[in-house]
Design a binder for this molecule. Structure first.
Ligand code: AMP
Length: 266
């Protein structure tokens, strides 16, 4: 059995369990003293505390949504925090956020110091009794070391690190069809996960758009950053006995079911 896993953890077997209400993530998206109106429910057994790894565009955001809907945990995406800040009026953005958004537009990684400051400001979300699913953080070894230290200090143990894998050319095809909701940040794909009504979010009715950093010129930079800075995290978490590698071939539902079996089978 993997470190941190125990039999007191519930992984729903299929859709029959239904979709749990989506927590609103206000505390995560805004940080500071912001409070969630609808925080995730405290589970009956142990909460899930997961990290998702994988190249940009591989479908982590989509899997994060499926996992959160069914496990009832909260989707903590650092990319969503930056995208939320981007929508603020200029005078509401701090200097370090403005700086971070410059890196993001180019597809480059935001400096560790800024990202770690943002996490520090949202520690309550890591402590949340509903658990969490980190997506897009950590992305460098320095970030992973800082997260490890923070979790140790807080006596919080990760359940597992899910590493999604797919050949590079397939990842690039996925990125080009991706669309995101401007309101709740739900993720769609024009062919593999279309919304019920074209360009409109199924969850909140918001308009869907293509992210600036999903355009070809940014994608190349992001792939390089992944190879150099993020891929080393695979061995980092393998050494700690936390890594579960999952093939990202197939539809979102197939990938979800594969994740479920792998996480249950350990
Ligand atoms: P994502 O939605 O996770 O692909 O993130 C979008 C962009 O936000 C990335 O290309 C980076 O510019 C920035 N970003 C998000 N998370 C991080 C992180 N942990 N470290 C550095 N940059 C990040």
């Amino acid at each position: 059995m993997m470190k941190g896993m125990n039999s007191n953890r519930f992984f729903p077997k299929n859709d029959a369990v239904g979709v749990l209400p989506k927590p609103d993530r206000t505390a995560w998206l805004k940080g500071g003293s912001a409070v969630c109106e609808m925080p995730p429910r405290t589970p009956r057994g142990d909460a899930w505390r997961l990290v998702l790894l994988g190249a940009p565009g591989i479908g982590k955001g989509t899997q994060a949504e499926l996992l959160c809907e069914r496990l009832g945990t909260c989707h903590l995406s650092t990319g969503d925090v930056f995208r939320t800040a981007k929508c603020l009026a200029e005078h509401e953005q701090t200097a370090s956020m403005k700086d971070a958004l410059k890196f993001m537009r180019q597809g480059a990684l935001v400096p560790d110091e800024t990202v770690l400051g943002l996490i520090q400001d949202r520690l309550r979300c890591l402590r949340c009794s509903g658990g969490f699913l980190l997506d897009g953080f950590p992305r460098t070894v320095a970030q992973a070391e800082a997260l490890e230290k923070t979790l140790q200090d807080e006596h919080i143990q990760l359940t597992a690190v899910l590493n999604y894998e797919l050949p590079l050319e397939r990842v690039v095809a996925r990125i080009s069809g991706r669309r995101t909701c401007g309101g709740c940040k739900a993720v769609y794909h024009v062919t593999t996960r279309p919304p019920k009504v074209a360009d409109i979010c199924d969850h909140c009715g918001g308009a869907l758009f293509q992210r600036e950093d999903d355009r070809p010129e940014s994608v190349e930079v992001r792939m390089k950053a992944y190879g150099t800075s993020t891929r080393p995290l695979i061995s980092f978490y393998e050494q700690r006995g936390l890594l579960i590698s999952v093939s990202a071939e197939g539809s979102p539902e197939e990938i979800y079911q594969r994740t479920r079996l792998l996480a249950l089978g350990r």
